[in-house]
Design a protein around this ligand. Sequence first.
Ligand SMILES: Nc1ncnc2c1ncn2[C@@H]1O[C@H](COP(=O)(O)OP(=O)(O)OP(=O)(O)O)[C@@H](O)[C@H]1O
Ligand SMILES: [Mg+2]
Length: 369
Amino acid sequence: MRYEPSLKEIVGQAKAISTILQFLQHFKPGKALLLYGPPGVGKTATVHAIAREYGLELVELDSSTRRDAKSIEWVAGKAGKQASLFLRKKLISMDEVDGISERGGIAALVKLVQTSSHPVVLIANDPWSKRLRPLRPYVKLVEFRKLTERDIRKILQNYAKKMGISYEEKVLEELARRARGDARAAINDLYMLAQGKEKVTEEDLELLGFREKEKVVFEALKLIFKRKGFNAIFATSNLDMDLDEFKYWVMENIARDYKKPEEIGRAYDCLSRADIFLSRAKLMNYYRFLIYANTLLTAGVSLSKEEVYKTFTPFKSPSKIRKMTLTKQYRQTFRRIGDKVAELCHTSQGKAVKEIVPYLGFFLKSEKF
Ligand SMILES: Nc1ncnc2c1ncn2[C@@H]1O[C@H](COP(=O)(O)OP(=O)(O)OP(=O)(O)O)[C@@H](O)[C@H]1O
Ligand SMILES: [Mg+2]
């Protein structure tokens, strides 16, 4: 899935790229570049492409390597001074420098910049972060701009071509809109939607909406499961979802988080009482019951445990809801047909969908009909 664009394929950053190339061409020790810009706009990709295409040996200190003062000093001592074994020129790059937390780390970085005989390129999201202040006299800032929707559409087109993904035009438009300037997010979305499909269609976009919803609900679940207290009643206050649906999300995750049978039992008990209030609220048109249902679903379940489990719980969406979301369009079509059939056959929509529409498909397929 990783797609490393060539320098030519990097969209929208011509100015930054030319500044970097100039810097490398006229490199004099003592000054480094600090590339900055929002996530997913091509900072790392550009450094990689330049190293590849100009035959530079990339010495990379990204967040997966150790970046404490000692390690940086080590790089400064070794890579910074020695020529490489094959006399290839080096490019020292350090990603996410605004994330260096250790004291002394930035000081070591300043030293690296001052002494390195190879060009150093630093990357940050926020170059004005206080921590980076000591670096400022030693770096030239290079801005990577936020990408426009058009840029991202272009990037998605290139990506789709490379990966052999076909798509409806509208899909790229929508993905570009949702990405808010982040090409990585857009590429990840397209990649996900293309799984096991010949063509990505507009309908597949439903899946993305569902994923966004998942994020919001998981936050609410965290307030219930990962804390213990009556305050959990507020977990649902920002949730744009019926309690009727939320109940399935709680149900799905009780046994994922709670371990003791008594806790699980108590939580399910709350759930079943909540369920009774939910159906009575509807039946009797008495919406005060929803408050009881909410209290049971949130605080009730939260207080069912003895202690908070400190381990990470991968919450899951209820399979029933996932299926309903994915088949929403399909069911809507069925209902629309059902409406017409109901009118013609003088019956209810529900009956038409259940008892007549399935046969229509069969008739229409048969040649005799
Ligand atoms: N301007 C661009 N042109 C083409 N592809 C891009 C561009 N920006 C990002 N991409 C794609 O998105 C992926 C992620 O981009 P990259 O890692 O360069 O982002 P970044 O700016 O370093 O973000 P972060 O600040 O999160 O590290 C790249 O591998 C590339 O496939
Ligand atoms: Mg990066």
